[in-house]
Design a protein around this ligand. Structure first.
Ligand SMILES: Nc1ncnc2c1ncn2[C@@H]1O[C@H](COP(=O)(O)OP(=O)(O)OP(=O)(O)O)[C@@H](O)[C@H]1O
Length: 316
């Protein structure tokens, strides 16, 4: 779907991107992860030609993007900017309608689609007549996403979409991203410096450093088979949490104590990782779970002991 071949970009003395190549499959979310200044944003902006590379080529669906007229290219690519990028003197409705106006949609169609997206993104319809600075940071960020999704582009580029938000709002919107139907079939390239965000949202991760790719792979691969010490060091402080987030409850199922739940209402074990189960167990003493017709009760001690057994079994 998107393919970068030997791409480089230099600004004056700074080699921002050094001969990188990667591809993103249709429907996949690829996260560009790395510390500030490693070349993530420059890479992203070369995909919609906001920046032109000096070497290399980029293809979308096999077509070299140099041969596609810039405006036409950008109409097929939604772009969510760092700090939302809304125009301050436009109302929310006007901000959201920018691309549909270029596509010459009639007002009725724009209005219907706007309402549909505001609803899906949990935004009240009254905000349409407001200006960006009358909205909270989280609402502005959601509007930025709505604007990018309006014309339902097959590709979405997102630059630190949650960067300016407090951790709680950030976490909340992150969860919404994971379930939003509008994002399900999109090919997404997202930039972040937040390791947990990358592991939660990315199907694959491209870890960058000083304009180069350190490692590209599935979250689990980076965690369990880091290519070198730099990758390992980058993930070091997050390893425990990330590994708990990648272990699912069903992989521990056989190690859970085998007494039946008396409770008729139980949760599907398939929806949980060890991390999310621990999160619930902070408030509740026991979780009632079901998996393939079996029911079990789980408390924090049972969970930790199952995790130990799982590790001893070498299944990690
Ligand atoms: N227009 C520009 N002119 C000069 N230097 C630039 C320009 N854009 C980026 N750079 C430099 O290129 C390097 C890569 O920048 P880039 O914005 O791609 O990094 P990044 O990984 O996205 O960082 P951040 O997370 O801080 O946005 C940095 O050293 C930056 O200072």
């Amino acid at each position: 779907m998107i393919e970068l071949k030997n791409i480089s970009k230099t600004f004056g003395e700074t080699q921002a991107v050094k001969n990188i190549s990667f591809s993103v499959k249709k429907g996949e979310t690829l996260v560009l992860l790395g510390t500030s200044g490693c070349g993530k944003t420059t890479t992203l902006k070369m995909i919609n030609r906001l920046i032109e590379p000096e070497n290399g080529e980029i293809f979308i669906n096999g077509e070299n993007i140099k041969t596609i007229q810039e405006e036409k290219l950008r109409l097929g690519i939604g772009y969510v900017l760092q700090n939302h990028g809304l125009f301050p003197h436009f109302t929310i409705a006007q901000n959201i309608a920018i691309v549909p106006k270029l596509l010459k949609w009639d007002n009725d169609k724009i209005n219907k689609r706007t309402n549909e997206l505001l609803e899906k993104l949990h935004l009240p319809l009254q905000i349409k007549e407001k200006y960006p600075n009358q909205l909270s940071g989280g609402q502005q960020q959601r509007v930025g996403l709505a604007r990018a999704l309006m014309a339902n582009p097959p590709i979405l580029l997102m630059d630190e979409p949650l960067g300016a938000l407090d951790p709680i709002t950030r976490n909340q919107i992150r969860q919404e991203f994971l379930t939003l139907d509008e994002l399900l079939n999109k090919t997404i390239v997202m930039v972040t410096h937040d390791v947990e965000e990358a592991f939660e949202l990315g199907d694959r991760i491209c870890l960058m450093n000083e304009g180069e790719i350190l490692q590209m792979g599935y979250p689990n691969e980076l965690l369990t088979r880091p290519k070198n010490q730099l990758v390992s060091n980058f993930l070091e402080g997050h390893k425990l949490k990330l590994s708990l987030k990648t272990v699912s409850l069903i992989s521990l199922w056989d190690f859970f104590p085998n007494h039946k739940s008396e409770n008729l209402e139980s949760l599907n074990a398939e929806s949980f990782t060890v991390w999310s189960a621990l999160d619930i167990l902070q408030d509740k003493k026991t979780i009632h779970l079901n998996f393939k017709g079996e029911q079990k009760n789980l408390d924090a001690i049972g969970l930790v002991s199952a995790l130990e057994k799982y590790k001893q079994n070498g299944t990690e």
